[in-house]
Ligand binder design. Structure first.
Ligand SMILES: [Mn+2]
Length: 258
């Protein structure tokens, strides 16, 4: 059985987990991934993991953040196998913090999108979305020892308990901030190694940094760009039953959309 331990989801050694990252308001790509999930979701051991940053269009003209958010929220609330993790963009809206990307304040743009769509009800909608974001976990750990999150690692996280309780002091705290924003240049090999030891995992899978489909960092972190990235659009069809020892084992489970 899967177990929800505070902000941490733990998945058993059964079935498949699809890992999809950084949709950033791209409805066409999102629909492709939902079609793929459609052929997995009837099996109760299968899981979908959306690793955050599904809102905020990053300069894309046709921002479908609201349509995607409504769908994601519905699926999350009605299916125990549809996992949604908090990204730094959902965090920015939840915390009402400006987030400049592609020359525009993405948080402000999202508020404007809500005004346009919901007019007098926009404040109520924003509150509803903030409640939803606050309910989201921030990481998944699988029994075959893969750690999945929006970004990371963080040097100031020392155990799975700290992950489970990472928002107990609120959302504006140094552990969560480092964890949600960390990129390759923010950590070294040793920080990654220590983090993986602390959470008892072999490898971690993240989104957050735009790459050409995938990139392996310090042998033990796989960065995946499923939609917003630098070219190819990748996802992971993670076999939850297989033993995964090194990046080579995980790379066999990477797939692409056109
Ligand atoms: Mn991000």
């Amino acid at each position: 059985m899967q177990r929800n331990n505070g902000k941490l989801v733990e998945l058993p050694r059964e079935g498949i987990a699809l890992i999809i990252t950084d949709i950033h308001g791209n409805l066409a790509d999102f629909k492709k991934f939902m079609n793929i999930w459609g052929s997995f979701e009837d099996e109760e051991d299968n899981h979908l993991i959306l690793t955050g940053d599904f809102i905020h269009a990053m300069g894309l003209e046709n921002d479908k953040s609201v349509e995607i958010l409504e769908y994601v929220k519905f699926k999350y609330e009605n299916s125990k196998n549809f996992h949604v993790l908090l990204g730094n963009h959902e965090w920015a809206t939840l915390s009402n913090k400006a987030l400049f990307k592609a020359g525009v304040n993405q948080t402000y743009n999202f508020d404007e999108l809500l005004k346009e769509k919901f007019q007098d009800d926009c404040k109520q909608k924003l509150d509803e979305y903030i409640e939803f974001f606050k309910a989201l976990p921030i990481a998944v750990r699988t029994d075959n020892r893969i750690f999945i999150s929006h970004s990371g690692p963080a040097h100031n996280i020392h155990s799975l308990d700290e992950i489970a309780n990472i928002t107990s002091e609120g959302y504006d705290n140094p552990q969560l901030l480092e964890f949600l924003w960390s990129r390759k240049d923010d950590f070294n090999k040793q920080v990654l190694k220590s983090f993986l030891e602390a959470v008892d995992c072999k490898m971690m899978v993240v989104g957050h940094t735009p790459v050409d489909g995938i990139k392996v960092v310090y042998k033990n972190q796989l960065i995946v760009s499923s939609s917003y990235g630098k070219g190819k659009k990748a996802y992971v069809e993670l076999d939850l039953e297989k033993e995964i020892k090194r990046s080579k084992d995980l790379l066999k489970m990477v797939k692409y959309i056109k």
